[in-house]
Design a binder for this molecule. Structure first.
Ligand code: F0G
Length: 537
């Protein structure tokens, strides 16, 4: 008889004990709301939606463990207890592998032994890793809590831009990535640096849907040859950082292989350039490595995460993704590592970052977060590395993609970690829809109007195709994304979405072209412009 693991379906990882009733809204009501909100996905009231795949960011369900932790939130202005718990959780998650200390339990179990609390939590001393502790964090700050990922990006790029100018004001700087997320790119560009996407060459290769459980080509990898060429071409001095995004959200949520991380680490080391992760979905990425990369099957997620992070010099992170938290972000860099050496010119770079953090977000021990949110986030870090949870999540996204593929929908395969992406070039193949007609946007409007399902175009509209040079346009894919929030939806939500998407695919001639009716020139425009679908009848 098969074991529970051999049944071919994941062992259930949790059960929902609170439910939220979804309102029954008619097509006509949504049509009216769409018209009044300029057909923008970002302006449509969430309460009127049946199934919301706009983002997996901050939209997940928290566990009872997190809610319990939230009650221990401490809103003290300086050095709230959650600060210490979170720093310990970050060390446990990214540095300690199979030997986590779980100091959070001291708080959750009501420890009253003051000496123990001081020795294990409040008056500790760490140096040499991503999170200095005690006086080392005061003298050489290297851990920065902020409300979300883009705040970490802003903090980092706005702090290093003047330093780069000071180093050499006459050259153009480039930051390569396997796929910059839109806010990362926008923060880089806003600081006068150029953002380069080096997608893996196999990204749009066909992949049979019935092999998703058997192999994975790690299409999220950075193009290593392209990276070497860029460094050679522009010169080492022009590349202040190399970034790897795990998983690669802009490239269809595809995972990055440990082999690729190691190769890039070697290049970074050779040229003495700091290598950073955009670590938003680190545990989902680690789970792909465990399942598909040779030599990792019997390793724990924590030990894989530890190895991944041993190759980088720092990371920005939005804890709203893998962290299972509703809010949170951070920036961490290795104590006295390459970044620290390269950017501490007149003054310690950590001190500069901390000043900016205090100016924009708040004291370093809360960084713009509430004490409650800090505790929920710290607890979340212990939840997201649990394998039953990760396996069930991965399987849900994979099933979503498999069902679409079985219905002939052009979905990018294999499925990524957090979302399913449709290839809109293929979707509209044979029709007169051109890239500039924003067919992907038209599709999302029809899906919301007819079926109450929200998705997000990540293509020529979101990435502002019309404002880019022919060279930059090569870095833009034409996708629509269905991001699956964590622990929110069941198979019935997915089945409803698959049926709706399939119906629309078979009626694609009814999908309107879309015109930008207001604010085409705005930056980050998919959040703020008005749209007008052009219906033929
Ligand atoms: N990096 C990646 C890879 C992301 O996916 C995101 C956000 C960010 C950075 C910025 O983090 O939202 O906390 O400021 N992605 C969300 C999404 C918004 O829907 O994919 P943030």
């Amino acid at each position: 008889m098969k074991t529970q693991e051999e049944l071919g379906v994941p062992v259930p990882a949790n059960k929902p004990l609170i439910v939220r009733t979804i309102k029954y809204v008619t097509k006509e009501q949504r049509e009216y709301a769409l018209e009044k909100t300029e057909y923008s996905m970002f302006s449509f009231p969430a309460d009127l939606i049946f199934v919301d795949f706009l983002s997996d960011s901050g939209s997940g369900t928290m566990t009872d463990f997190q809610w319990a932790a939230l009650f221990h939130g401490d809103e003290s202005y300086a050095r709230n207890k959650g600060y210490y718990v979170l720093l310990e959780a970050v060390r446990d998650t990214f540095e300690r592998g199979d030997d986590p200390k779980k100091a959070i339990n001291l708080i959750l179990t009501g420890e009253t032994d003051v000496k123990r609390l001081m020795d294990e939590l409040y008056i500790t001393s760490y140096e040499g890793g991503f999170v200095n502790g005690g006086t080392h964090q005061l003298v050489r700050p290297n851990a920065f809590i902020v409300p979300q990922g883009r705040c970490a990006e802003h903090l980092l790029f706005s702090t290093i831009a003047p330093i780069l100018k000071q180093k050499n004001k006459d050259i153009t700087y480039y930051i390569p990535n396997n796929g910059h997320f839109d806010t990362t790119e926008a923060n880089i560009v806003a600081n006068g640096i150029k953002a380069i996407n080096l997608f893996s060459e196999n990204l749009l290769d066909d992949f049979p849907y019935n092999e998703m459980d058997r192999r994975n080509p790690f299409k999220g990898n950075i193009d290593v040859k392209g990276l070497e060429n860029l460094i050679q071409d522009k010169g080492v001095e022009s590349i202040p950082l190399i970034y790897i995004t795990i998983t690669n959200n802009t490239a269809a949520g595809q995972p990055v292989a440990m082999k690729n991380i190691k190769e890039v680490h070697k290049i970074a080391e050779k040229y003495d350039i700091p290598l950073f992760f955009d670590a938003c979905r680190f545990s989902e990425n680690a789970n792909f490595i465990k399942e598909f990369e040779e030599g990792y099957k019997n390793r724990s997620i924590l030990s894989i995460v530890k190895e991944m992070f041993s190759y980088v010099d720092g990371f920005t992170i939005s804890f709203k993704k893998d962290g299972l938290a509703n809010i949170g972000g951070g920036f961490f860099f290795k104590d006295r590592g390459v970044f620290h050496r390269k950017f501490s010119i007149d003054e310690d770079i950590g001190i500069k970052l901390k000043e900016r953090q205090i100016l924009t977000f708040g004291n370093d021990s809360y960084g713009g977060m509430s004490g409650r949110d800090i505790m929920a986030l710290a607890a979340g870090l212990y939840e997201v590395i649990q394998e039953p949870y990760l396996n069930e999540r991965k399987s849900q996204v994979r099933e979503f993609a498999r069902k679409l593929a079985q219905n002939g929908i052009p979905v990018i395969l294999p499925a990524g970690g957090h979302a399913v992406y449709l290839n809109m070039d293929k979707f509209f193949e044979g029709s007169d829809m051109r890239l500039e007609d924003l067919g992907g946007v038209g599709f999302t409007i029809e899906l919301l109007k007819n079926y109450g399902i929200r998705a997000c175009e990540l293509g020529p509209f979101a990435f502002e195709w019309d404002k880019k040079t022919p060279q930059q346009r090569k870095g833009i894919l034409n996708l629509v994304r269905f991001a699956v929030p964590r622990n929110v939806y069941s198979a019935s939500h997915i089945d409803y979405a698959v049926a709706a998407i399939t119906e629309l695919y078979h009626n694609k001639e009814k999908i309107p072209k879309v015109r930008i009716s207001r604010g085409a020139e705005l930056r980050l425009r998919h959040f703020q412009t008005g749209l007008q679908p052009i219906y033929n009848d």
